[in-house]
Ligand binder design. Structure first.
Ligand SMILES: C[S@@+](CC[C@H](N)C(=O)[O-])C[C@H]1O[C@@H](n2cnc3c(N)ncnc32)[C@H](O)[C@@H]1O
Length: 252
């Protein structure tokens, strides 16, 4: 059932259906100065302080794009889902930050070669159907010397463990009480999940291989991003998903 086209449509619908709930959850980052600073410090550590032209692929509600724009970068946020982009545009207006948003596919970017100083993405690579195709596209739109930044996690590792399941219940209760939103996360379709490359992958080791095979240099991995960027309450709500890592490299 899940050929490439069906997978893409499934992904688009999955995120579009979840767009409003995801927006409410993720805006907690914008509402906490500590969280904003933590993400901005992380990206500054990797990208430097010079003003850059940056593409945020799979921008969703646009939080990373907005944080980068607040640092003075010239940012374009791109997503496959119109519903996600609609929230992203509202968020940019609400925070008065100048980000341009475009609809498009991470594996077929609507941009010319060599346009950006950096291509960043958070929690996106795991869900694309062809990760190597996506990375080669991100590389194509980078200028020589430009940086790729992948932030992601092993979301479905240890899914059967008792600790993870108990924690997930606690998390749902906390989300209901503190965010007043429906804490249910729609499960991925079983057949889709079985075909998804990232579910059984050993990451970030595989990401390093992807970047090395594509010819990136200065490849670097940073771990423990969750503890660096989340308050204890956010950690209690989201930590059952496991740690977050960052992988970066430079286009030759
Ligand atoms: C978990 S959300 C992450 C959103 C945002 N990067 C963040 O960190 O808050 C994943 C996003 O990736 C987008 N996405 C998934 N596959 C995509 C693709 N092939 N092209 C563009 N966007 C995609 C989804 O629509 C969704 O907005």
């Amino acid at each position: 059932m899940f050929n490439d086209l069906a997978s893409k449509e499934y992904i688009r619908n999955y995120w579009s259906n979840d767009a409003n709930s995801y927006n409410r959850s993720i805006l907690s980052t914008m509402q906490s100065q500590k969280a904003r600073n933590a993400w901005q410090e992380l990206f500054t550590e990797v990208l430097g302080e010079k003003d850059l032209s940056i593409l945020d692929v799979g921008t969703g509600p646009g939080v990373i794009a907005l944080l980068l724009a607040e640092l003075g970068h010239n940012v374009t946020g791109m997503d496959y889902s119109y519903e996600m982009l609609s929230n992203a545009k509202k968020n940019a207006l609400a925070y008065g930050l100048p980000v341009e948003f475009r609809q498009g596919d991470a594996e077929n970017l609507p941009f010319q070669d060599g346009l950006f100083d950096a291509v960043v993405n958070r929690h996106v690579l795991w869900i694309v159907t062809k990760p190597e195709k996506a990375i080669s596209e991100w590389q194509r739109v980078l200028k020589p010397g430009g940086r790729i930044v992948i932030v992601d996690g092993n979301w479905y590792r240890n899914e059967e463990s008792l600790k993870r399941n108990v924690w997930q219940y606690l998390s749902k209760f906390l989300i209901l009480v503190t965010e007043h939103r429906d804490p249910r996360v729609e499960d991925l379709d079983k057949e889709f999940k079985e075909k998804l490359w990232s579910v059984k992958a050993k990451r970030p080791d595989l990401d390093v291989n992807f970047l090395a095979n594509a010819g990136f240099k200065d490849i670097r991995v940073m771990n423990n991003i969750r503890s660096r960027t989340q308050s204890w309450l956010e950690y209690l709500k989201n930590g059952y998903w496991g740690d977050i890592f960052l992988v970066t490299g430079t286009k030759q």
